[in-house]
Design a protein. Structure first.
Length: 280
């Protein structure tokens, strides 16, 4: 059974009195609102393919830089080549960096007043944020496919088999979805697109580089290695790298799943609360 919610518009009844315009609400309507909002972002992305191109250029440059410039000087025990070690790390970096577009897009919609127009519609308000995050997840998945092809070109292989590769990819996308919610909160908290761009990227560089994405933490100073080892980005990188290479991910897999769930829950709730407070 569905409930009903009222909006500010009114319709006259037969007696001539004004009554609130009632729109049926329920899970199906919520799904429709999410689909409508998400589809809007997907269509905008398709009409502006430059976004996908530039989102892929940076990770491609990282692949070329680390594989062909630094790769010859780096030897990681337990891996047949440096490509098998570094490419999964760049996969993780790609999806995390890609989540920044969520915050930038939300900040842009708020600055242009589009969010205010959506608030005036008879729709579930959380659908505005959910639609944005799931559409950005699909965009991130598309970028990942491009990076996987680039990885194959430079010599990366799925030594762990298809099943483990699928699990690793799903884990990466779950992490990307969690970070999209962090960025959604950032986008709602700042006053401009420029601020969202700066705030969305500035903390991701130390997080991704002080990790096991590009080198083993064993090669770092002890104090820095301890920081890197508790970094959630290190955990997801280690887990996905192990799965792609046919190694056992150990507890890194379970810690990565817990981090993805925890970040999604915490920052989705913070984002919904921030969205409601900015609407007043």
């Amino acid at each position: 059974m569905t409930t009903a919610s009222s909006v500010s518009s009114t319709d006259p009844n037969p007696s001539g009195r004004s009554q609130p315009y009632v729109v049926p609400r329920g899970p199906i309507w919520l799904a429709r609102d999410i689909w409508a909002e998400g589809s809007r972002h997907l269509i905008a992305t398709i009409r502006n393919p430059d976004l996908l191109v530039f989102a892929s250029l940076q990770p491609i440059m990282f692949v070329v830089l680390f594989v062909y410039v630094f790769g010859g000087a780096i030897n990681i025990p337990g891996y047949s080549s440096y490509q098998q070690f570094v490419v999964p790390g760049i996969f993780a970096q790609t999806v995390v960096f890609g989540s920044a577009f969520t915050g930038i897009g939300i900040a842009e919609d708020m600055q242009k007043g589009f969010i205010d127009r959506l608030r005036s519609l008879p729709m579930y308000q959380p659908a505005v944020l959910i639609g944005r995050t799931w559409s950005d997840l699909l965009r991130n998945a598309f970028t990942f496919v491009i990076m996987l092809i680039v990885g194959f070109i430079v010599g990366f292989r799925l030594d762990g088999g298809i099943a483990r590769a699928v699990l690793a990819t799903l884990l990466l996308l779950a992490f990307a979805f969690a970070f999209s919610w962090i960025q959604a909160w950032v986008g709602l908290s700042v006053k401009s697109v420029e601020a969202a761009n700066s705030a969305g990227f500035i903390w991701m560089f130390p997080m991704t580089f002080v990790s096991s994405a590009f080198v083993s933490t064993a090669s770092m100073p002890k104090w820095l290695a301890k920081v890197a080892e508790v970094n959630p980005f290190t955990l997801v990188t280690n887990a996905t790298r192990a799965l792609y290479n046919g190694h056992s991910p150990g507890m890194d897999l379970w810690w990565s799943i817990l981090w993805a769930i925890g970040l999604t829950v915490v920052f989705s709730l913070l984002s919904f609360r921030k969205f409601q407070s900015t609407s007043r």
